[in-house]
Design a protein around this ligand. Structure first.
Ligand SMILES: CC(C)(COP(=O)(O)OP(=O)(O)OC[C@H]1O[C@@H](n2cnc3c(N)ncnc32)[C@H](O)[C@@H]1OP(=O)(O)O)[C@@H](O)C(=O)NCCC(=O)NCCS
Length: 181
């Protein structure tokens, strides 16, 4: 059923916060709570993936959120922080891909790649030379996906939340050459 409908990608609007928060929570929990829920993960989900958090992000001029829709339903989102420089390259105009979340039934059909491409174009249009991100070493799919989309592995980094540190890989891609849409 899902394959019968085309996917459209558009900038998120203020009234998308409800669906953004729920989709983000769903994909976050599905991806990162492989062993169940513990308080640190529960707090992270509520703090960084809530509807209120997306209301704030939508009002922040440094953030760009895109959504992918299928038959009137939100199925994926991307969130870029246009002001997040890379610590190791402060000289470089860089933007950070904070989230790229495709709802599980819609994975593996090119939506992540298309959404990422649009996010790259948006970051380049805002002046970024590089789009960077970190991916958890336990997320095998993401570790395969980003190199397939042209990202270089720039080494190890740590992702810290709730006083816990988790090894991540740092990925980056030059986006200056990306032609405008
Ligand atoms: C990771 C994610 C964004 C990829 O998006 P997707 O829509 O599933 O991927 P696509 O269908 O666009 O695939 C793009 C490329 O990645 C490759 N790829 C996708 N899933 C893969 C997998 N499980 N294993 C290996 N390669 C994979 C595809 O083969 C394709 O490459 P190709 O066209 O050269 O063959 C998506 O699966 C997702 O949102 N996962 C849950 C949340 C998450 O982990 N986000 C990233 C956090 S850093």
């Amino acid at each position: 059923m899902t394959n019968a409908h085309p996917i459209t990608i558009r900038p998120a609007q203020a009234d998308d916060a409800l669906c953004l928060g729920v989709l983000s929570t769903q994909v976050f929990l599905h991806t990162y709570t492989l062993h169940g829920i513990r308080p640190a993960l529960a707090r992270e989900a509520l703090a960084n993936h809530s509807v209120a958090r997306y209301e704030a992000l939508l009002a922040d001029p440094d953030k760009t959120i895109l959504v992918a829709e299928c038959a009137g339903h939100m199925v994926a989102l991307s969130l870029v922080d246009n002001a997040a420089r890379l610590e190791t390259r402060p000289d470089l105009a860089a933007a950070k891909l904070e989230h790229l979340y495709v709802q599980e039934p819609f994975t593996g059909r090119g939506i992540g790649r298309d959404l990422l491409r649009q996010a790259e174009k948006g970051a380049a249009a805002r002046g970024a030379e590089m789009l960077w991100l970190t991916a958890w070493v336990g997320n095998a799919r993401a570790l395969s996906f980003y190199p397939r989309c042209g990202y270089d592995d720039l080494g190890e980094t740590m992702f810290t939340f709730e006083g816990e540190s988790h090894p991540n890989r740092l990925f980056g891609k030059r986006v200056r050459h990306v032609a405008p849409a």
